[in-house]
Design a protein around this ligand. Sequence first.
Ligand code: ADP
Length: 244
Amino acid sequence: MEPIKVENVTVAYRKKPVLQDISFTVPEGKLIGIIGPNGAGKSTLIKAMLGLIPKASGTVSIYDKPYTKQRKLVGYVPQRGSVDWDFPTNSLDVVLMGRYGHIGWFKRPGKKDIEYALECLDKVGMKEFANRQISQLSGGQQQRVFLARALAQDATVYLMDEPFVGVDAATEKAIISLLNELKAQGKTVLVVHHDLQTVKEYFDWVLLLNLRKIAIGPTEEVFTVDHLQKTYGGRLAFLDQTKL
Ligand code: ADP
């Protein structure tokens, strides 16, 4: 059983296709990077998988069942920039939102949920900021809180949209070690990533995307200059090929 199976997914914004006939499966327990230039459809793919935007066609299965039946198994870390950080709430409450699948809406979180949420904050080094308003956190701290929320969800499959954007080097290291920890627990983590220099170091597998699927598979097989040229076209000339 594959943790993620995407079949023939096409997405269009106002009739303009931004993802065309995307199909792939990923194996369990891997860290997978989704790589492609700006506007390639990476975010759109994640959102379409989660049913946040409509698909023109295609299906997404999580462990052989439609996504809609498996929501609880899937954790999502949205792009930090897509969130209203002025919303008046503190770090702990954001993390507790990750528990709602377990608590049930309209019920108040119990002591155990709060303890678990605090544990998750601790894992990302943010326990001391539990009562801090999210508007008063730095970008890296906000990203850590998002990760704590995903941890609190205790999902099996994680979809993350650019978790490394706008964070300092220490936070980037903390995030990657957390992702490796999730992997060690047998979880499957799909990460939209734009920094080609770190792909080989971070990811077991890569999905190269630009409107269509260019290639998917183990990083050492798929992350090649030839495939990158197909993905980035002329823009690859600007990249430091010595690191590829
Ligand atoms: P990436 O994440 O790879 O940078 P996106 O998935 O954000 O790419 O965007 C893919 C394409 O879809 C781009 O051309 C973008 O302009 C377009 N797009 C994204 N969101 C919307 C939207 N809400 N309405 C219309 N077009 C959109």
